[in-house]
Design a binder for this molecule. Sequence first.
Ligand code: ATP
Ligand code: MG
Length: 422
Amino acid sequence: MSSAQYRSLKGMQDILPPDIYLWQKVEQTAQRIFSVYGFQEIRLPVMESTSVFTRSIGENTDIVEKEMYTFTDKGARSVSLRPEGTASVVRSYVENSLYNLPAPQKFYYSGPMFRYERPQSGRFRQFYQIGVEAFGDPGAKLDAEVIAMLALLLSFLGLEGVSVQINSIGCEVCRPGYREALITFFSAKREGLCPDCLRRYDKNPLRILDCKASGCIELRQGAPRITDHICGDCRTHFEKLQSLLSLLKVSFSLNPEMVRGLDYYTRTTFEVTSQGLGAQNAVAAGGRYDRLVREFGGPETPAVGFALGIERVVELLKKAAPHAAPVPLVFIASIGDKAGSESLGIAQQLRQRGLWVETGDPSGSLKSQMRRADRLGARYVFIIGDEELLSGRLKWKGLDGSGQGELLFSEIEAFLTALVEK
Ligand code: ATP
Ligand code: MG
């Protein structure tokens, strides 16, 4: 056991083989799906001025109140590790005048996020998100495309038992009225609220709707529903979204209690949950944020996006099927110095063709080299000793039971190419 000084921090984990292959699968699949919808990758710093997050995410949110890694750098600036991606993307969008590109502008990112939360299954302090943000189109068509793209990604990954929930949380026209309706509803029940919700009551009463405390769940029975309070424009947008999702054959359900933990959302919010996960069952979430670019000093620009938690998706993939890590195509065992050099030359030649080749230790026994080939899971073993050098033929053996034989050195490439193409 290593000393505590040399252990990773609580809530932060190393991602190692073979799990890493699932991570790569998620990232590569996302890249493929996003690119056919015209989303381009952007890479942004993991650290920003603290104000980038406080203003946008909102002062009275869990993230800003409790979860940010904020510190003062050597130049006495307050900086924070990013707890999510959207604020940084919007900061970059405005700073680099990306609104001058033809609309809609569509971007995706992938990388670590940091939140000082209580670590538990599916909840880490450093976790990874893949997210997308699309700017410049106020229509429900963009919401629908973004949601359909997320659903397609999850289906390409082979995830089953996922469900899409959508809601509308209104806009600056209708939300104040709803806020008042909630305050009136909870005013007589205040004593029963949890300490967090007591604070939220004045500042952010919508958040009471997704509090997990059992007392609060009970108290909010019969609370006014946002969807009964949204204005005509928001209603039209929400109805259009539903009809487009049906057209795109994305199944969804309505969840009027889903308010999301960030202040910047307007109109559409959505969440994808999975039955395969425990309490932390949200794999991805997002929504529309039509005011945010303006708040960062950019031109009036509607936008919509989501973020997907990679750890939770990987967890689901692990449950769905044991994932086969890639294995070497060939392991070349050799006996003696000369054969060792020959095998190195062959390996180099094959690697130049893009084939995965491992070589054994020519000073070791054939038995120990075969054991290593086996542990690596190599599909074929080539054996080269003095006799093979003389005859110009090596011995091959298929470790998957596909036979054995001899092969001229000059035939190696053709032999392997045929295998790879099979
Ligand atoms: P939750 O309700 O699970 O706390 P959230 O509303 O805080 O989620 P978002 O900020 O919307 O989450 O982030 C989108 C996704 O990122 C989540 O659906 C989840 O998959 C993932 N995620 C969020 N926080 C964590 C975390 N601490 N550890 C691992 N994944 C996380
Ligand atoms: Mg959270």
